[in-house]
Design a binder for this molecule. Structure first.
Ligand SMILES: Cc1ncc(COP(=O)(O)O)c(C=O)c1O
Length: 907
């Protein structure tokens, strides 16, 4: 495929359809369009028949969308009835282009019934008067009325519009709860739902898409209207928590309003007694999400004539625009950047370090949007967010169970806090020279080992990366449940630097730290949780052995649990924040007891000159995700699933390249569902659901490891070729792969570009192999062998040297990384030995032990193969010697390995 518009319409597996539901509609339009093209050149009966059936399938979905609406669709169908293939193609093309470009959001002429879009607006059948730049959304009404009345309901909704409205919406009407859920899944424009009490529960036909959400949408046992209304509202909030919901009831609304469940509704009205009030409430609901307290204020600030006598000459831009030499900077960035700069916290700009005004407000809005109790903006990246959390929650001597492959900020965080890391190992993916996630069994084993040594009380935190750089997503809820069963007050830090977007995917959300914390809070409050704990206690008895505990799916004691969950997100990595925009999210029942130390950590790490534009972008990124995150994330998922399919099914590309699937990235033991590939068409529903709900690891579809070893490229070389020759940028590489990532910014054209480029590169490789002699082919095969088969074994964390361990004989792994770190400050305590020197081998054989003085982090793979105080083993030396990467942080080849002299050396 080189051009998405000419490709055959994709078919989706149900799991990929559920991860990216809104894409189904685009697929169906593509199917109609491609048949319409065929029909316009060939009036064969079977094409018309196929077209009619494709149109029928499209029709099933179109009722959930305001555009193009019943009338335009009828016109299209009439073209088919009237056998007018040219008019059919013209109109189908126009509608699908309008849908893809979302022109109907901002251009009223899109709604024109005629063939020509540029007719005067007064010929439009509906009162669509919106102007460019008025944000557009759709409102779903769930009604008990007969379908014949629906156009009247829609007309009434349009009738209350006023010229001064700051947003414009179109109504969509459905008649039952199941359709309502299908609507909010399919149509990302729906931003508010109005429930008219009395609507039906089920649709006559079962919708397989809804199976993914079975646990939240079982309406079969509902007996009365009020329960149905509440259940539907709950299901909507579970799928799209940001949705505004309004209830129109003709019963005793005062009683309902007094119930706690009424909080699900933005407002409850007595039937249609107040259409204008409903309209204004709908707009108000959107306005509440649209509001960006800090950004709004910054814009106002920029417009004021302010003289500055503070230390930021660039503010207001006068030193730039009047300069002889740097005015091009002003032209490049435009005046607003400078007008919106200030080093003051006055003038309503608030202070990031001590927020009391609009930053506080913006953070509270972010907390709510991300499903947290508290949110803190950070302007120095998640590198800083992690250090803040570690410093705030850990004291010297505390033990933290830490993924050794996590980002370096965690290791440095331990050095700063004086906490002792107990490194746990992720499962290795040696064929690709990378690691996955840490198996739950390993984490439980660490806790049990520490317990056996009487150290469990000192274990304060479990700190993991979710998802990993390469896309391994934990079952966050299960990890927390089982760990809390062993120690009920553990704190969890989920580094979700890459995974912030997942909150806006109904299926991935449950695997985020905050999503799991919300589900766990709910679950622990139910009587079943206590029952499960009691049953477990009686089955396991007083003193179960470790093996039993490791083999049991543990549940925590709800009475003892203190749920304390922290999540850090690089908002800039997956949402529209400027670089370094990051956020700390908190759901900690004991937060009030650590709040002051949390603020100390903020004071320690945050700049006293935080960048205002980054703060504003965090505010705006939240607005965007709350209003269109669902659609954007679905689109990013769809693009990833499509790239996976196109690359792996392309006959030429797949000879040399491959996007690794779940089976290749996650060992079978952690994929109980057996799900191997998102695009396998015949995955059963049970399998798909089990995978998302309970596989120990799930692959984030948007993180695509493209193996390039079979093309004879190592990751770094291939990354450079893509960047230098084809303007394709990417982030991470391994020895034989590069990591592609789709995000909310990508379009289908990006897929086309990538495929085109891979076809070109593959063609070139093919040609070289054909054109050259045997010698070339042998050397190509050798290169591929080296990259694909001859990979150095990944070295595990060994242990800290005895001098940094409390009990040298103990089998526990934690060590005093901070002391080792500072020991390396004393030059007399350090020595250097060249990596290739025989002295290294001799020391490995007969001592004294080689002890690393610092972090050594090769890029790729990017995890520390040595930390300060760590014993260097043969495996580590072999890995280092075989490593052919140029960038190794903490290692200077000319000087050699920096070692801490052992005590035995010193005497
Ligand atoms: C897992 C993880 N955590 C934290 C960070 C640091 O994030 P930032 O670049 O926002 O400082 C990274 C950076 O790549 C990362 O991969």
């Amino acid at each position: 495929m080189t051009d998405s518009s000419s490709c055959t319409p994709p078919t989706r597996s149900l799991i990929s359809a559920s991860l990216a539901t809104p894409a189904l509609r685009a697929d169906r339009w593509l199917a109609v369009l491609s048949l319409a093209r065929k029909w316009s050149g060939n009036n064969a009966v079977d094409i018309k028949k196929n077209l009619s059936s494709s149109l029928g399938k499209l029709d099933e979905l179109e009722k959930f969308f305001a555009y193009p609406g019943a009338q335009l669709l009828d016109r299209l169908k009439n073209c088919l009835i009237e056998d007018d293939n040219k008019a059919f193609l013209r109109l189908a093309q126009r509608i699908s282009t309008t849908i893809v470009s979302r022109k109907y959001h901002r251009d009223a002429s899109s709604w024109n019934m005629d063939d020509h879009e540029d007719e005067p607006l007064n010929r439009l059948p509906q009162a669509i008067t919106h102007l460019k730049n008025t944000p557009y959304f759709e409102v779903l009404s769930v009604v008990p009325h007969a379908p014949s009345r629906w156009p009247i309901i829609q007309e009434e909704a349009r009738g209350v519009r006023r010229p001064e409205d700051d947003f414009i919406y179109q109504p969509v009407v459905v008649g039952n709860a199941q359709d309502a859920l299908t609507g909010i899944l399919l149509n990302p424009d729906i931003s508010a739902v109005v429930l008219y009490e009395g609507f039906a529960a089920q649709n006559a036909v079962d919708n397989p898409l809804l199976a993914a959400f079975q646990s939240v949408i079982d309406f079969s046992t509902i007996e009365d209207d009020e329960t149905l209304v509440l259940q539907l509202a709950q299901a909507i909030k579970k799928i799209r928590p940001e949705m505004d919901i309004y209830l129109l009831s003709d019963r005793n609304i005062e009683t309902l309003a007094g119930k706690p469940e009424s909080r699900l509704f933005n407002r409850i009205f007595y039937q249609m007694e107040e259409p204008l009030e409903l309209h204004l409430s709908i707009l108000e609901g959107i306005r509440n999400r649209y509001r960006t307290p800090f950004f709004d204020n910054l814009k106002r600030y920029a417009q004021r004539p302010i003289a500055t006598f503070h230390a930021l000459p660039i503010a207001r831009g006068k030193s730039v625009f009047t300069s002889n030499w740097i005015s091009d900077m002003g032209e490049f960035y435009g005046p607003n950047l400078f007008l919106a700069e200030s080093s003051a916290t006055t003038g309503g700009l608030d202070s990031l370090l001590e927020p009391t005004g609009n930053i506080k407000d913006a953070q509270a809005m972010a907390a709510q949007a991300f499903g947290a109790d508290h949110a803190f903006f950070v302007t120095n990246g998640t590198s800083t967010s992690n250090k803040m959390v570690l410093q705030a929650l850990l004291a010297p001597g505390d033990i933290v169970i830490l993924d050794r492959n996590c980002h370096k900020s965690h290791h440095y965080g331990c050095v700063l806090a004086g906490a002792l890391p107990y490194y746990v190992e992720a499962f290795p993916l040696a064929e690709y020279s990378m690691y996955g996630g840490v198996p739950l069994r390993t984490i439980k084993q660490a806790l049990l080992t520490l317990k056996a040594h009487g150290d469990l009380e000192r274990v304060k935190m479990v700190d993991l990366t979710n998802c990993t750089f390469d896309g391994h997503v934990y079952d966050t809820r299960r990890v927390m449940e089982e760990c809390l069963a062993i120690k009920p007050d553990l704190i969890f830090l989920w580094d979700e630097a890459w995974f912030g977007f997942a909150h806006w995917s109904p299926l991935l959300r449950q695997r985020t730290g905050m999503g799991a914390a919300a589900a766990l809070t709910e679950a622990l409050a139910r009587p079943e949780a206590q029952k499960a704990w009691d049953e477990q206690a009686s089955t396991l008895g007083e003193n179960p052995d470790d093996e039993t505990l490791l083999n049991t799916r543990l549940v925590p004691d709800p009475r003892a649990v203190r749920l304390r969950v922290y999540q850090t997100n690089s908002v800039h990595k997956s949402m529209s924040a400027l670089r370094q925009g990051s956020i700390v999210l908190v759901r900690d029942v004991d937060f009030e007891h650590v709040e002051s130390q949390f603020h100390e950590a903020v004071f320690t790490h945050a700049s006293t000159s935080p960048n205002l534009q980054i703060i504003a972008s965090l505010d705006v990124a939240r607005r965007q995700m709350q209003l269109e995150g669902y659609g954007l994330v679905s689109n990013a998922l769809q693009i990833a699933l499509e790239i996976r399919k196109q690359v792996n099914n392309h006959p030429l590309i797949s000879k040399y390249f491959r996007v690794l699937n779940s089976a290749e990235m996650i060992p079978e033991a952690y994929r109980k569902s057996g799900l191997a590939d998102y695009n396998t068409p015949d995955i059963s529903w049970d399998q798909a659901l089990q995978s998302i709900k309970s596989d120990e690891f799930l692959l984030d579809p948007t993180r695509m490891t493209l193996s390039c070893g079979a093309a004879g490229f190592d990751g770094t070389t291939f990354k450079n070729i893509l960047a230098d020759k084809f303007n394709i940028q990417l982030n991470k590489t391994s020895r034989n792969s590069v990591l592609l990532q789709s995000n909310i910014n990508n379009t289908r054209s990006d897929i086309a570009l990538l495929i085109r480029v891979l076809v070109d590169i593959a063609t070139d490789i093919d040609k070289k192999i054909l054109d050259n002699d045997d010698g070339y082919q042998k050397s190509f095969a050798h290169k591929v062998h080296e990259l694909v088969d001859d990979l150095p074994a990944l070295p595990n964390f060994s242990c800290f040297d005895d001098q940094y361990r409390e009990q040298a004989t103990a089998t526990t792994l934690h060590g005093d990384i901070r002391r080792a770190f500072y020991d390396a400050y004393k030059e007399s305590e350090c020595e250097y030995i060249a990596l290739d020197s025989p002295e290294i081998d001799q020391r490995l054989q007969s001592g004294p032990t080689l002890v690393s003085a610092n972090f050594v982090i090769p890029y790729p793979p990017g995890f520390p193969i040595m930390v300060p105080g760590q014993v260097i083993t043969q495996g580590i030396v072999d890995f280092m010697r075989k490593l052919d990467v140029k960038e190794i942080h903490g290692f200077n080849k000319a000087l050699g390995l920096k070692l801490l002299k052992r005590v035995s050396n010193k005497t």
